[in-house]
Structures are given as C-alpha cells and as structure tokens.
Design a protein around this ligand. Structure first.
Ligand code: FES
Length: 160
C-alpha cells in the first residue's frame, strides 16, 4: 500500500510481526529505519496508530535516541571515524573541512541530497587514521587536501 509516496507494505508486515510484543516501539522503529533509511512522519504516525499511542509520543521517544534519523540520507553517506586513534590523528580538522566544503555537520545532509555525514565510532582500521568511509569505500591517512579532492571526485561523478 502506497501513501504520500511511501510504500507501507514492509511497514505493515513489521507492525504485524511486532505489535503484540511488549516494548515493540523501539524495535519497530529500528526495523522501519533499516528499511526506509530514516523515519518519515507517515511511518511514525502509522506506528503510533498500530500501538495505540499518539504520534507526539512516538516522535518524543524517537527523538530521545540518537540512532534515529528524520530526514532521508544522501546518496553518499560519509562515516567519519571519531575513535581514539582518529581523534589523535586529527579528525577534528576534517570536521572543520566538511563544515567549509559541504556546509553540513554530522547528522546532516547537503541540500542537493548528495552527501550525509555521520559521526561514528572506530571503523576498525586505526592504522589508517584518520579514516572516513563513503558508502563502502574506505579512505585513510586523510588530510584536508586529500579530503577536498575526494569530495570533488564524487561531485564530478555526479556532474556537479
Ligand atoms: S579509531 Fe578510527 S578507525 Fe579506529
């Protein structure tokens, strides 16, 4: 079933699976986010209806947890490692660079929908610190010059 451009088939299946469980709200929101990439308003209101809660209560719970997102992710998701090794190696400089080049901070998406930045814990390749991942691609030993070139190459790929 499609509502406001969002296909609710999977959500309805998830609701069927979870709604009679105690404490269904969080797992249901997690599964919904896994499927949709974020939590659209419509999804939260459908979950609220199914669990006999108000939309405001569902939204209130969802915003309490950092794991939930309320906007679609960009085409390229940039995971910026903030583990200890990357911190020591200067990841903060990269954050400043993202701010200047993409004009967004962690948790935000560029206006053109191309990039989303996520701040994450250790990516498991500390010897490459500071490290970022763009979708499935890992980039290590970064400095600001390298970072600008990498972002430019993605923009060029998209004709921007
Ligand atoms: S601390 Fe960044 S990859 Fe481990």
């Amino acid at each position: 079933m499609q509502k406001k451009g969002i296909d609710l088939t999977v959500l309805n299946q998830l609701i069927g699976e979870y709604k009679d469980n105690k404490g269904a709200l969080i797992p249901l929101l997690q599964k919904a986010q896994e499927h949709y990439g974020y939590l659209p308003e419509l999804v939260m209101s459908e979950v609220a209806k199914a669990l006999n809660m108000s939309s405001a209560d569902v939204y209130g719970v969802a915003t309490f947890y950092k794991q939930f997102r309320f906007n679609p992710m960009g085409k390229y998701v940039i995971k910026v490692c903030h583990g200890t090794a990357c911190h020591v190696a200067g990841v903060n400089i990269l954050d400043t660079m993202f701010d200047q080049v993409l004009k967004i901070k962690a948790g935000e998406t560029t206006e053109d929908g191309l990039f989303t930045i996520l701040s994450v814990a250790c990516l498991g390749c500390c010897s490459l610190a500071p490290v970022i991942m763009i979708n499935d691609e890992t980039y290590g030993h970064l400095n600001t010059d390298k970072l600008v070139k990498i972002i430019d190459s993605y923009r060029a790929k998209e004709g921007k």
